[in-house]
Design a protein around this ligand. Structure first.
Ligand SMILES: *Cc1c(COP(=O)(O)O)cnc(C)c1O
Length: 393
């Protein structure tokens, strides 16, 4: 059976698991081994040369890890996939594997904080020029791409104000310039958005978030054409940011419910966004599912759901934010997102803590902004909790 043709709910359960495992195990065995032994020296040689399928050493390949890679490959409808110890390992490995001195990258100002630091601090060190455009200014991004570049790096929706980029439009611009396109699909998850279908070359996930879904492990995943993924994999083999088989198992288990979880989180976030939108103590709500969100039309075109993350700002000052957050019950005040339980926090103390108030203002991040990652709880309970905390502000 060709699992690649199955819908996400089926693929997340069965991809990589259609053949029987040793002992007829119903679950994916965790192959906790560093090395793989061979009785036949010639067979060992053929595998080591890459002429025959098999494993040699777990920094390179491991059967448990490969099941996970097959799941994301099918979910993103990709030719190939590989995995990393964290989302940042996936992003940095890919950038350093593909770029060389003299290259030019075009990206946006609102990429994930760690990615942004690679752009501002580390790529310039190896003489790679990086141009960061205003995130939703598609004309500016296209103009910068047209000047000539080697890699276009995108992210949509963005953190924390859920800005939306038109992936198909920017993929076309990059193709004309002969640049490779890469996008961070963490906030959307493969359930809501498949960038490769829109013409993007490489898609990266912090599987730490929605894919694992339980906030109990870090993991990074990358998908694309076989040629590009092979090139990145060859660098990962020696860079060493490999995923541990135990961790791979946790992500495999989490991913079996990714469609159920994300559909529920989409619904919860939408209901909460609508509730907050009409609340007198809330000044602004950022959620691409709201009709008046700046990127709503593009989101409607390229996403099948609007995601589990929203953000909103309160009227008043930072003390109102503190009162509000500290009186919420059904939430952990913490960084990260995409967990089964609701997480919330102010970007002022989490993702954008290192910026000055002026820099946050330039990025359009109000001081009273709260990022809220809806879990899979009951929406009525979450709204009731928000309502009682807002009363105290
Ligand atoms: C969390 C996150 C990352 C980094 O992933 P880690 O697994 O924490 O290394 C990258 N991009 C986005 C959008 C994220 O939310």
């Amino acid at each position: 059976m060709d699992i690649s043709k199955r819908k996400p709910g089926t693929a997340s359960v069965w991809a990589g698991e259609l053949d029987l495992f040793p002992y007829g195990s119903h679950t994916v065995p965790v192959i906790n081994t560093v090395t793989f032994a061979y009785k036949d020296i010639d067979e060992w040689y053929e595998i080591a040369k890459g002429n025959k399928k098999g494993d040699i050493y777990s920094r390179n390949t491991n059967p448990t890890v490969q099941v996970l890679e097959e799941k994301i490959r099918v979910l993103e409808q990709a030719e190939a996939a590989t995995s990393f110890a964290s989302g940042m390992a996936a992003i940095s490995n890919t950038l350093f594997a593909l770029l060389k001195p003299g290259d030019r990258v075009v990206s946006i100002k609102d990429t994930y904080g760690g990615t942004s630091r690679i752009f501002l601090e580390y790529l310039p060190k190896i003489n790679v020029e990086v141009t960061l455009c205003d995130t939703t200014d598609h004309e500016q991004i296209e103009a910068e791409i047209a000047k000539g570049c080697d890699l276009v790096y995108l992210e949509t929706p963005t953190n924390p104000t859920l800005k939306i980029l038109d992936l198909e439009r920017l993929a076309q611009a990059a193709k004309k310039a002969g640049a490779v396109t890469m996008t961070d699909n963490t906030f959307a998850s493969p359930i809501n958005q498949n960038p490769l279908d829109l013409g993007i070359d490489l898609v990266v996930h912090s599987a730490t978030k929605f894919l694992n879904g339980h906030s109990d492990t870090l993991c990074g995943l990358l998908c694309g054409s076989k040629d590009l993924v092979d090139e990145i994999f060859r660098y990962r083999e020696i860079n060493g940011a490999s995923l541990h088989p135990e961790t791979a198992y946790m992500v495999i288990r989490g991913m079996k419910t990714v469609e159920l979880r994300v559909q529920r989180q989409n619904e919860n976030a939408m209901a909460i966004a609508r509730f907050l939108k009409n609340h007198p103590k809330v000044s602004e709500v950022f959620y691409p599912g709201l009709e008046d969100h700046q990127g709503h039309e593009i989101a409607k075109k390229q996403m099948s759901g609007f995601g589990g993350v929203l953000s909103f700002s309160l009227k008043g000052d930072y003390d109102s934010v503190k009162t509000f957050l500290q009186n919420l019950n059904l939430v952990h005040l913490a960084a990260s997102l995409g967990s089964v339980s609701t997480l919330a926090g102010p970007p002022r103390t989490t993702s954008h803590v290192e910026l000055t108030e002026e820099q946050r203002k330039q990025l359009g991040i109000p001081e009273t902004l709260i990022r809220y990652s809806a879990g899979i709880e009951n929406a009525e309970d979450l709204i009731e909790d928000l309502e009682q905390a807002l009363k105290l502000v």
